[in-house]
Design a protein around this ligand. Structure first.
Ligand code: NAD
Ligand code: IPM
Ligand code: MN
Length: 352
């Protein structure tokens, strides 16, 4: 029995997570995989009622008591600054030390890319985003607030320990998937202290993998080149902020945020799965949210549980639904969120 915590969250989060839950429910029958779900009602509503996003003790329990956590999205215009989202999302990532933010991008159907003349196999990469450091740590502050001399400092924290473990995760992934090159992305020309450390550690760790080529690219150049010739890239490792930005860009090359899945991992410890997209307040409640990112995210969860066949089956069903145009409007289809989830569920039996 695998225990899964569900945190639907805000906006389209509950809408897309309901579809992921449908898919997991059906796959657990087909693949004889008993799953038990607990729902955690944390999000903006609860924050506005109680003043609490998520307590440290709750985060500890989420990490200790579940085989996986599946989150919809967090963010609500009623909470200025989205304090609750930081508490919950960054709280989970930091407190559970989920140092790998794994963001795969794959072109599932040629028709979905805005790029000309590329084949499906030309866009198949994984971003290893460092998930516990960088500018996200919240170090810094404001001074002379509200005056014309106001200043703000947002520190960028990079430790050898933190860099080493994400770089090693990227090389191990490359080795295990027969990828012959790992690309580091940084801004070492302008940010020489952080960039220098990343490059030294990248080289040191990379030497343990002599069959894998190392390449270090400035992030601006990489953003450009991902659009120009995406097939060069298979494994990209980068810091927290650059990973955030590159993953939205890469997602759009493969059809958009409606398809982008992610996992936050600390091997042997806890794991949190979430679509890359946010709460999309502009379409919340309209029935237009694409649930496929959440569904593909649940496939990552199945893979994490060691259920490869189940994960493959979900991915094949998603591909089938896209191929038949049974999608929401962002992918050119005419279905609602729930109808798209149903289309995937219907295909699960035949997909393998
Ligand atoms: P967003 O990802 O919510 O939306 C960006 C654009 O993509 C919008 O036009 C939206 O309609 C569209 N979009 C996103 N997901 C979609 C889907 N599944 N189907 C169809 N269209 C989709 O990003 P944003 O607007 O910058 O942020 C909104 C809120 O979400 C903010 O509060 C932000 O902080 C938060 N956020 C949360 C997470 C998370 O919980 N993991 C991630 C990103 C942003
Ligand atoms: C993401 C989101 C978050 C991030 C925000 C909501 C803090 O954009 O998961 O990509 O920047 O990590
Ligand atoms: Mn993001």
């Amino acid at each position: 029995m695998a225990r899964i915590a569900l945190i639907p969250g805000d906006g389209i989060g509950p809408e897309v997570l309901a579809e992921a839950e449908k898919v997991l429910g059906r796959i657990s029958e087909i693949e004889d995989l008993p799953l038990e779900f607990d729902r955690w009602p944390h999000g903006a509503d609860r924050y506005l009622e109680t003043g609490s996003g998520m307590e440290e003790e709750e985060i500890r329990r989420l990490g200790a008591e579940y085989d996986g956590i599946l989150l919809g999205a967090l963010g609500d215009p009623r909470v200025p600054g989205n304090e609750h989202a930081r508490q919950i999302l960054l709280g989970l990532r930091f407190q559970l030390d989920l140092y790998i933010n794994l963001r795969p991008v794959r072109l599932l159907d040629r028709r979905l890319t805005p790029l000309r003349d590329i084949r499906e196999e030309d866009l198949d990469l994984v971003i290893f985003r460092e998930n516990t450091e960088g500018v996200y740590v919240g170090m810094g502050g404001v001074f002379r607030k509200g005056t014309p001399q106001e200043m703000a400092i947002q520190e960028d924290v990079n430790t050898r320990f933190g860099i080493e473990r994400i770089v090693r995760a990227a090389f191990e992934h490359a080795r295990d998937h027969d990828v012959d090159r790992v690309t580091l992305s940084d801004k070492a020309n302008a940010m020489e202290h952080a960039g220098g450390l990343w490059r030294r550690v990248f080289q040191e760790v990379g030497e343990e993998f002599p069959d894998i080529e190392r390449e270090a690219l400035y992030v601006d150049m990489l953003a450009m080149d991902l659009v120009r010739r995406p097939s060069r890239y298979r494994v990209i490792v980068t810091g927290n902020l650059f990973g955030d930005i590159l993953s939205d860009l890469a997602a759009q090359l493969a059809g958009g945020l409606g398809l982008a899945a992610s996992a936050n991992l600390h091997p042997g410890k806890a794991a949190l799965f979430e679509p890359v997209h946010g709460s999309a307040p502009d379409i919340a409640g309209s029935g237009n949210a694409n649930p496929l990112a959440a569904i593909l995210t649940s496939a990552l969860l199945l893979r994490h549980l060691g259920r490869r066949a189940a994960a493959d089956r979900v991915e094949a069903a998603v591909r089938g639904a896209i191929g038949a145009n049974e999608t929401t409007a962002d992918l050119g289809g005419a279905l609602t969120t729930a109808e798209t989830g149903d289309a995937v569920v219907r295909r699960l039996d035949s997909a393998a």
